[in-house]
Design a protein around this ligand. Structure first.
Ligand code: HSE
Length: 336
């Protein structure tokens, strides 16, 4: 299969999509869904991520026919997200894209429908951003490789949490499992994964903003730890190529970030013990947390894990949300 082959994509000089044909008229609308993502994948801080089938966000976008970007509605955010187009990640990234293709004249209106928790470690801002970018790309009939939207999507991440990492936006945009081989220049590699790998996600309802979760990480690491970590990253990537689920499992260990961030997650190590006892292949933090996830070999095990962890969190009087999904190879999709 073509998308199972390793593929290198180099950063365009600018955000160069071909100038779209038409698209300036008023009234035309589109609805786009973009998926949640699990970034880091335990050992690959800022360089690995994959998309899941649910949850995700929906953006409805209409061309207005007069220049300027407006946000007319945001739902599902409990009033937490800015309606100001200069401060919202969706409009900021869409503005970056339009300026990059020389179409600053385009006018559009955005409705954002949050269908996933904010500050969950599941790439909430990136799902919104990618839905917005995919919507404008589709509305303008821009058929260039979606990877060209990445610099604009990273602008949205920068606005959301102060750092333009790509390990959420890249898999949300491209689907599947993605490696950010390099940030400068941007070099994205689509990775294969074993068929039938399931992902069990539990979001304990405590707030862990990515901005803060990044601030508590060590800036310097010693060589011994670095050797352990890059051995694990290479092991995980090899396991993905070799369909070796045992190798994937034993490589998904993080000695750099998890020891610090796990302190922000209620009963993290107890939850790990429970998941592994139930047959999980791996267990770790999704993105910057507080969501945790396990890979499993089947759906039933994934469901057992989410049920047990949710019951445990309920005993601690902590609400939670759970999702069981395969890896989403498609990325964003037009709903109508
Ligand atoms: N790689 C980022 C981090 C992902 O861990 O901070 C944020 O979801």
């Amino acid at each position: 299969m073509e998308d199972k082959k390793i593929e290198e994509i180099h950063r365009p000089q600018t955000n160069q999509a071909p100038p779209p044909k038409g698209g300036g008229g008023g009234g035309k609308g589109i609805s786009v869904f973009a998926p949640a993502t699990v970034a880091n994948v335990v050992c690959g801080f800022d360089v690995l991520g994959f998309a899941v089938n649910e949850p995700g966000d929906e953006v409805i976008m209409r061309l207005t026919g007069k220049p300027g970007i407006s946000i007319s509605k945001i739902t599902g955010d409990n009033g937490r997200l800015p309606m100001d187009p200069a401060k919202n990640t969706v409009s900021v990234s869409v503005r970056h894209y339009l300026d990059g293709i020389g179409r600053s004249d385009i006018g559009l209106d955005i409705e954002l429908h949050k269908k996933m928790p904010i500050g969950s470690g599941l790439g909430s801002s990136s799902a919104s951003t990618v839905a917005g970018l995919f919507a404008i790309k589709t509305l303008l009939g821009d058929e260039s490789d979606p990877v060209k939207l990445l610099p604009s999507a990273m602008k949205g991440e920068e606005m959301a949490c102060g750092h333009g990492h790509a390990d959420n936006v890249a898999p949300a945009l491209l689907g599947g499992f993605v490696l950010i081989r390099s940030y400068e220049p941007l070099d994205i590699v689509r990775l294969p994964h074993p068929e039938g790998l399931f992902c069990a996600i539990v979001f304990p309802e405590v707030d862990v903003p990515t901005r803060e979760a990044r601030q508590i990480i060590r800036n310097k690491i010693n060589m011994k730890d670095a050797v352990t970590q890059w051995g694990n990253i290479a092991g995980l990537v090899s396991g993905l190529f070799m369909n070796d689920i045992d190798l994937i499992g034993r490589s998904m260990k993080d000695i750099l970030v998890e020891p610090v961030r796990s302190m922000l997650i209620p009963d993290f190590y107890k939850m790990r013990e429970m998941a592994m006892e139930l047959g999980a292949v791996s267990f770790g933090i999704s993105g910057s947390g507080p969501s945790v996830f396990s890979f499993t070999r089947d759906e039933e095990t994934a469901k057992k894990i989410t049920q047990k962890l949710q019951r445990h969190l309920a005993d601690l009087l902590i609400g939670s949300q759970a999702y069981v999904s395969t890896i989403n190879d498609k990325g964003p999709r037009v709903l109508g």
